[in-house]
Write a protein that binds this ligand. Structure first.
Ligand SMILES: NC(=O)c1ccc[n+]([C@@H]2O[C@H](COP(=O)([O-])OP(=O)(O)OC[C@H]3O[C@@H](n4cnc5c(N)ncnc54)[C@H](OP(=O)(O)O)[C@@H]3O)[C@@H](O)[C@H]2O)c1
Length: 246
């Protein structure tokens, strides 16, 4: 029988992890979790001040982290990130594609084309840009974990959020295809689909029992589980629901 790998302190010692959208919400929890497990965490976003605040919170505990301003919708910005990762670290062991936006609640036929573009450019094209920048490093190393943060809205219909839902259905499809492309290189590409999580992102939390809602740390826990699997195991998809409906 194989021993369960630890999710505890130092289980990721020496690993290089990259998290998009790490300055707040779910991304913040993932950054904290991976740093606590001993990884060097490079996290990105557009709001550099917010990210630096997170880095300042982590530094006194001896955690290794670095912030890089990067807009996932901007190809040049993502390419510069990829070059910097190659120059400064030479490899990436874990990539978490977490950055995402919801867009306004409303009927699809009333959605402005600019909103459609923003949703798809962030949630889907941004992940493609990140893979383009990071996968070559993982192929060279012959290993890696890529975790895409999707949503149960990528599994179910979401009236008044059809474009967001479609972007996450697309992200799931992208994940399944890329997983097959990269399996032979020892790179595991998986997707986490949480229900509503208690962050600023979730307008539906208004009027809900927020303590019953999924918390950002619950998604970070699933990330920790995926990156501590034994070599022969590939959990390809994780769906997360609240135990009791909020
Ligand atoms: N909250 C939920 O109910 C829920 C449920 C299921 C799935 N999710 C998914 O979980 C992920 C995180 O959501 P959250 O609840 O933590 O949302 P959030 O609190 O609104 O945080 C979103 C994060 O994405 C970053 N981001 C947005 N656009 C970006 C861009 N163009 N380039 C780089 N970073 C960008 C933001 O950073 P900057 O503003 O600094 O750029 C921020 O760190 C999203 O993919 C979301 O779809 C959320």
């Amino acid at each position: 029988m194989h021993a369960m790998k630890s999710q505890g302190l130092d289980s990721l010692s020496g690993a290089i992890a990259v998290v998009t959208g790490g300055g707040r919400g779910i991304g913040h929890a993932i950054v904290t979790q991976l740093a606590q497990m001993g990884a060097t965490v490079i996290f990105t976003g557009r709001d550099q001040a917010r990210m630096q605040q997170v880095a300042r919170e982590l530094a006194p505990q001896g955690h290794r982290c670095e912030t890089i301003a990067c807009d996932v919708t901007d190809l040049a910005s993502v390419e510069a990130l990829g070059q910097r990762l190659r120059r400064d670290h030479g490899r990436v062991d874990i990539l978490v594609n977490n950055a995402g936006i919801g867009g306004p609640s409303g009927l699809l036929h009333e959605l402005a084309p600019s909103e459609w573009d923003a949703i798809f450019n962030t949630n889907l094209r941004g992940v493609y840009y990140m893979l383009r920048a990071v996968v070559p490093l993982m192929i060279e190393a012959g290993s890696g974990h890529i975790i895409n943060i999707s949503s149960l809205a990528g599994k179910n219909p979401l009236p008044r959020g059809a474009a967001y839902s479609a972007s996450k259905w697309g992200l799931n499809g992208l994940t399944y295809g890329v997983a097959e492309e990269l399996r032979g290189h020892n790179i595991r590409v998986s997707v986490i689909c949480p229900g509503s999580v208690n962050t600023d992102f979730s307008p539906r939390r208004v009027g809900k029992e927020t303590s019953r809602m999924l918390q950002p740390g619950d998604v970070a826990h699933a990330v920790a589980m995926l990156v501590t699997q034994e070599q022969q195991s590939f959990i390809s998809e994780v769906l997360i629901r609240p135990t009791q409906k909020p």
